[in-house]
Design a protein around this ligand. Structure first.
Ligand code: SF4
Ligand code: SF4
Length: 344
């Protein structure tokens, strides 16, 4: 596993990191074994978030003996200073550390979020104070919206960007990553497997190997998965013509129905939480039924308010058939819960 500079953040990370979402659904003992296996195989970058259930606790506990050998990244969801301070204090405790290497403002995806984070009394003030006190080494942010990401980059206040990047979401290569590079930022690829939609892990990682300054953080939930991923990095087999054709077929199949979570369709006047609902089909693969109820229940309920006015379809740059997709995802949610003996 190679080590690379995370932009000019001063952090050196393994070329692949470990994403902390799926570890939530793994029992503590197995979670520890997975995290330690990642470490044994050379992974030195672990990314989690305040809102990922018990992910911070599991990662913090497993890595405590090797804390100084890894880069720990987490995120604050709150956009205001008081909320961010509370979350940050909890993250130190859960991660069992006195220093967080990279703290990120989580999901800065629309203008109000960016304004709240960067404005007076916003989350950034707290993170900057923590950095000044030496408790945090670098501050980054995550986003799903290219325009907002570019605006946040141009504030010049962030050391890293976490953005979806995989072979069905290549747009950041043109619009976002070049600007981030100009500002010396480190690049982190969230959802390297398309948020669970892409089954061909080999193609996903061989695609990402073409972008060596972008660090993918696949979510790992079994020993086999991490062995497989590290295997692709040992092998480093370049993509051939057949692979490219296969990738194009997959793009074509998914393209017509794939939500990029950019939020250009928002807000909906009826209060429908569009991107949150359109995520459900991929979330059923990654979250436990109880977790899914917690994160998606309210959004699914909002689907009933859809008046099928079509405004969101006009605003969506991918012209997705949003009203139909809302219904399909709401059905998937209900079916998933029924299969697990739960109700919403
Ligand atoms: S079609 Fe439905 S979800 Fe879309 S803007 Fe209209 S009411 Fe909102
Ligand atoms: S439905 Fe379209 S506009 Fe809305 S988040 Fe998804 S891709 Fe973006």
């Amino acid at each position: 596993m190679r080590t690379i500079d995370l932009g000019q953040s001063g952090l050196k990370v393994s070329e692949v990191g470990c994403g902390g979402i799926p570890i939530m659904r793994v029992a503590p003992k197995a979670a520890k074994a997975i995290i330690l296996r990642c470490f044994q195989l050379g992974i030195r970058f672990f990314d989690t978030a305040h809102v990922y259930g018990d992910s911070e606790e599991k990662i913090g506990s497993a890595l405590e003996p090797v804390r100084d050998e890894v880069v720990l990244a987490t995120k604050v969801w709150a956009k205001d200073a008081a909320g961010a301070a509370k979350e940050l204090a909890m993250s130190f405790e859960r991660l069992r550390t006195e220093r967080i290497d990279l703290i990120q403002c989580h999901n800065v995806t629309n203008q109000p979020d960016l304004d709240r984070v960067m404005g007076r009394g916003g989350a950034y003030e707290v993170l900057a104070q923590a950095r000044a006190e030496g408790k945090v080494k670098a501050i980054g942010f995550s986003s799903h919206n290219p325009d907002i990401a570019v605006k946040a980059i141009r504030t010049g206040k962030f050391a890293s960007l976490q953005f979806p990047f995989n072979f069905i979401e290549e747009d950041p290569q043109e619009k976002v990553f070049p600007v981030a590079r100009e500002w010396g930022m480190g690049l982190i690829a969230m959802k390297p497997l398309g948020g669970g939609l892409l089954d061909r892990a080999d193609l996903c990682f061989r695609f990402l190997q073409q972008h060596p300054d972008v660090v993918p953080i696949p979510g790992i939930q079994s020993l086999e998965e991490i062995d497989e991923i590290v295997g692709y990095y040992r092998e480093r087999r370049p993509l051939g013509q057949d692979d490219r054709e296969q990738m194009q077929r997959i793009r074509n199949d998914l393209g017509a129905r794939f939500c990029h979570r950019c939020e250009y369709c928002m807000p909906c006047e009826q209060g429908v939480q569009i991107p949150k609902v359109l995520l459900i089909k991929s979330q059923v693969r990654r979250f436990s039924p109880k977790q899914l109820v917690f994160i998606a229940k309210e959004a699914v309920a909002s689907v009933e308010q859809c008046a099928e006015c079509g405004e969101c379809v006009e605003k969506c740059p991918y012209s997705l058939p949003i009203p139909d997709m809302l219904k399909e995802n709401a059905e998937t949610f209900k079916r998933f819960l029924t299969e697990h003996g739960l109700t919403a």
